[in-house]
Ligand binder design. Structure first.
Ligand code: UD1
Ligand code: CA
Length: 461
């Protein structure tokens, strides 16, 4: 089976400068969800009908799809399908057609619809002209209504809201925008239907009426979860759909042994992977390809992006970890920033207002207050005092700092890179270090301290 995604609409109700289908839910464009669903539903041969913002759509999704251009941006959904006719016309199979603004459809539904067609053929000896995903909604406003032959699953017509009679508007079963049509019948029907009187558009939904008039049979397939069919026409519907998706992800991980405290405040993206006994506190944000091992605790307001956290790592409140790796039992924060391919070794502690950039910290390193560690290699057991700064930038270039294992770097010292502080070396607090400190040496750089008895009180008079 091939698939066609309809993504050429103007998205007028979205009031956006960029194509509606590229707006993001949990960090991924709407269309990403649609093509993912199709692929996981077992269909690889995918065409996307583009129009408004075509170049941007192609650039975002890449070369792996066939693209077809819909010339008339107000042509309607049937016109969009026709724009891709060269992609599917020679097929003797069913064709999956799916709205690009239906990001919540599940891959199981796609698989089940395919199975349904086969089962009907095998057991009832009926070759269906099509199957359409439907759902019964409390409030069907905005969706096409499904008119059925009473007491059966046979669809007779789909009536768009704008063209519906008050009676038809009361129907609560709606069109989910996912169709599988038998290609020879679809081809015939698409060339026969007429534009809507209300809008002038060619409606894909009108092929149903035509097919039924020819004696072909179309059935409904009810979504197992009514939220799957949510269409995103407005910004508000985008927020709504994103929220459903988010809660589904949270539920998925909760079922696999993750605790979420106040889940309605947690942001989690689809490529994040969690493990058992992970615990997530309110307002946590987990982004990109983040991976959390067993027992990780993410406290309030922490942001973790494209990072890997080892077992039992704790991210204290309001800390950010980006594109980095934190190993077993290390503690980050509160209010720390770890970024850009940093590795924080086992049991290390990066504490209050410490920033670590593109550095590698060994095991049991302690940098607990107010430090900047950039472009540095820090050995095991190093103590980095409060206020230590690696001056890695000379105004033109970045330079590296190396601190050997078991070294002690006293508070408020400044290490001017490139520089090496040796193993077991001791840098006294307040020193500006401009030369390498050999292993086991002491480095002190301070102006002589003068104490003048009585002079203090005199100044204060
Ligand atoms: C459509 C269905 C409606 C269904 C609903 C489900 C029709 C006529 N109506 O309505 O029965 O309940 O989806 O969400 O199909 N598009 C194009 N070219 C066009 C017009 C639209 O590619 O000329 C694309 C859009 O980008 C969008 C999709 O087709 O991704 C659906 O179009 P939209 O205008 O949103 O249709 P609805 O009014 O939501
Ligand atoms: Ca829509």
């Amino acid at each position: 089976m091939k698939a066609v995604v309809l993504a050429a609409g103007l998205g007028t109700r979205f009031k956006s400068d960029k194509p509606k289908v590229l707006h993001e839910l949990l960090g991924k464009p709407m269309l990403w969800y649609v093509v993912n669903t199709i692929r996981q539903g077992g269909i690889e041969d995918i065409a996307i009908v583009v129009g408004h913002g075509a170049e941007e759509v192609k650039k975002t999704l890449g070369e792996e799809f066939a693209y077809f251009h819909q010339e008339n941006p107000k042509g309607g959904t049937a016109d969009a399908v026709l724009s891709s006719v060269d992609f599917w016309r020679n097929s003797e199979d069913y064709l999956l057609i799916i709205n690009g603004d239906s990001p919540l459809v599940s891959s199981d539904t796609i698989k089940n619809m395919q199975r349904f067609l086969l089962l009907v053929e095998e057991y009832e000896k009926v070759k269906l002209a099509g199957v359409i995903l439907t759902s019964v909604l409390q409030d069907p406003t905005g969706y096409g209504r499904i008119v059925k032959e009473e007491g059966t699953d046979r669809i007779l017509r789909i009536v768009e809201e704008k063209d519906a009679t008050p009676q038809e508007r009361n129907i609560r079963e709606v069109n989910g925008g996912v169709y599988m049509f038998y290609v020879p019948y679809l081809l015939e029907a698409l060339f026969k239907i007429k534009p809507s009187e209300a809008t002038g558009e060619l409606y894909l939904t009108d092929v149903v009426d035509y097919m039924v008039s020819k004696g072909y049979e179309i059935r409904s397939f009810m979504a197992s979860d009514p939220t799957e069919i949510v269409g995103v026409n407005t910004r508000w519907e985008l927020s709504f759909a994103e929220n459903i998706l988010r809660l589904k992800l949270i539920k998925y991980w909760a079922q696999r042994g993750v605790t979420f405290h106040i889940p309605e405040t947690v942001w989690i993206e689809p490529d994040v992977t969690l493990s058992r006994n992970v615990e997530i506190f309110p307002n946590a944000v987990l982004k990109g390809k983040t991976k959390l091992s067993k027992g990780v605790v993410i406290k309030t307001g922490a942001v973790v992006e494209d990072s890997e956290l080892g077992e039992d790592v704790v991210i204290e409140p309001y800390s950010c970890v980006e594109r980095s790796r934190v190993e077993h039992k290390a503690v980050i924060g509160p209010y720390a920033h770890v970024r850009d391919r940093t590795v924080v070794g086992e049991r290390s502690e990066v504490g209050n207002f410490v920033e670590v950039k593109r550095s590698r910290l060994g095991k049991r390193v302690k940098a607990k207050h107010l430090a900047y560690i950039g472009d540095a290699e820090v050995g095991d057991n190093v103590n980095v005092g409060a206020g230590v700064v690696t001056a890695n930038y000379d105004g033109k270039k970045k330079h590296r700092t190396e601190i050997g294992k078991n070294a002690f770097v006293g508070s408020n010292s400044l290490l001017i890179a490139p520089i090496r502080v040796g193993n077991f070396a001791y840098v006294a607090g307040g020193s500006v270090i401009t030369k390498d400190v050999p292993d086991e040496a002491l480095a002190v750089e301070r102006a002589e301290l003068r104490i003048v008895e009585g002079a203090g009180k005199k100044k204060l008079k």
